[in-house]
Design a protein around this ligand. Structure first.
Ligand code: ADP
Ligand code: MG
Length: 339
């Protein structure tokens, strides 16, 4: 007989943690999203020389009340969602209540946090998912999360990591997405005192993009915007001088979340076909604001792929908008599909 065993909770949560927390970049994504959800407008991310030794993320957000800290590190505990019906109206980046528990399961964590109402900051350590009693310390309002010895207890996960250079590229990509979608937040990413990315708060979207993607891209971007009753499109598309050998500068944000949608990417690439070299990709930064009821965000554990209810209409409009900016008049795709 082949006996079937129930896994204990610790094992279950390590398996699940492996799904969300695949690499240092996914830790950073989750912790920065938490900082943004907590209304921080300054976030600093510090990497150690050996990426798995320590990641330190400090924010000036709302902080976590001492009485709530154990819940914050418990699985499926969140302050952002109560019932399934709230999912339709979700505006926060997180909502599964899994990230802190998952990260704590594959590392040693420390958390220093202070709310505006509390007289002290408190420092907690989290080992094997268990949160220590808090010690009062001096610190400003906000939260610092320190993640050490990453994957110390999941050697397989460690083995599958890429080279440090590739993991850093992944981290920069994650932070770029978060920075581009949050004009009102300054994010500083550094390793060994060396700045890898520093996004600056600016009322001017192009200045903000400049601080993240650099001058060569910012100076070749053309603004586009479009409003309908059900959504709003804003952003920039590159002129024909901007093209890349890899699709690493095609940025699409839906309601503040960096997402992938292959139909939209394909529609925009089509417009550039006659403008940029074969097998190269365009550059664009597009922000779509849409009634959350029309999006399904719950289809991928990392929440990166989304489905939109009116995708066809949207791709047609984007194709036309890009065409109007870039192509000679006769080549602009027809808007007939809309009527
Ligand atoms: P989720 O973000 O899905 O709610 P997490 O496990 O990432 O789940 O976080 C659990 C809870 O801990 C959050 O709902 C929030 O209340 C709190 N929290 C986490 N990080 C921070 C932070 N940096 N500042 C304030 N509160 C935080
Ligand atoms: Mg979260």
């Amino acid at each position: 007989m082949r006996e079937i065993y129930a896994l204990n909770d610790q094992t279950i949560s390590q398996i699940a943690a492996g799904e969300i927390i695949e690499n240092p970049a996914s830790i950073i994504k989750e912790l920065v999203e938490n900082a943004i959800d907590a209304n921080a407008d300054r976030i600093s991310i510090r990497l150690s020389d050996n990426l798995l030794d320590e990641i330190r993320i400090a924010d000036n957000g709302d902080g976590i009340e001492k009485s709530q800290i154990t819940k914050a590190f418990s699985r499926h505990a969140t302050s952002k969602l109560r019932t399934i019906s709230d999912l339709d109206r979700i505006t926060s980046l997180g909502f599964r209540g899994e990230a802190l528990a998952s990260i704590a399961n594959i590392s040693q964590m420390e958390c220093v946090t202070k709310t505006a109402e509390s007289d002290f900051a408190y420092r907690f350590t989290v080992e094997k998912g268990v949160v220590s009693r808090g010690k009062p310390v001096g610190a400003p309002v906000g939260t610092t999360m320190i993640v050490r010895d990453i994957f110390y207890n999941t050697p397989v996960r460690k083995k599958f990591l890429n080279t440090t250079t590739k993991e850093i590229r992944r981290i920069v990509e994650v932070v770029e997405l978060l920075a581009l979608s949050h004009q009102d937040v300054s994010i500083h990413l550094s390793r060994n005192q060396k700045t890898l990315l520093h996004s600056k708060v600016s009322d001017d979207k192009i200045n903000h993009i400049y601080s993240i993607l650099g001058k060569d891209i910012a100076k070749n971007l053309l603004p586009i915007s479009f409003d309908t009753e059900s959504y709003k499109i804003e952003g920039f598309i590159g002129n024909n001088l901007l093209h890349r050998a890899t699709p690493d500068r095609e940025f699409l944000f839906v309601n503040g979340r960096g997402v992938k949608n292959s139909d939209i990417a394909r529609a925009i690439r089509k417009v550039y076909r006659s403008l940029i070299p074969l097998n190269h990709y365009p550059v664009y930064v597009l922000y779509i604001t849409i009634d959350p009821i029309l999006i399904d965000v719950n289809i991928h554990p990392q929440k990166q792929t989304i489905r939109l209810s009116n995708e066809n209409q949207l791709t047609t409009i984007l194709e036309r908008l890009a065409g109007e900016k870039l192509l000679p008049k006769r080549e602009i795709p027809s808007i007939d599909a809309l009527n």
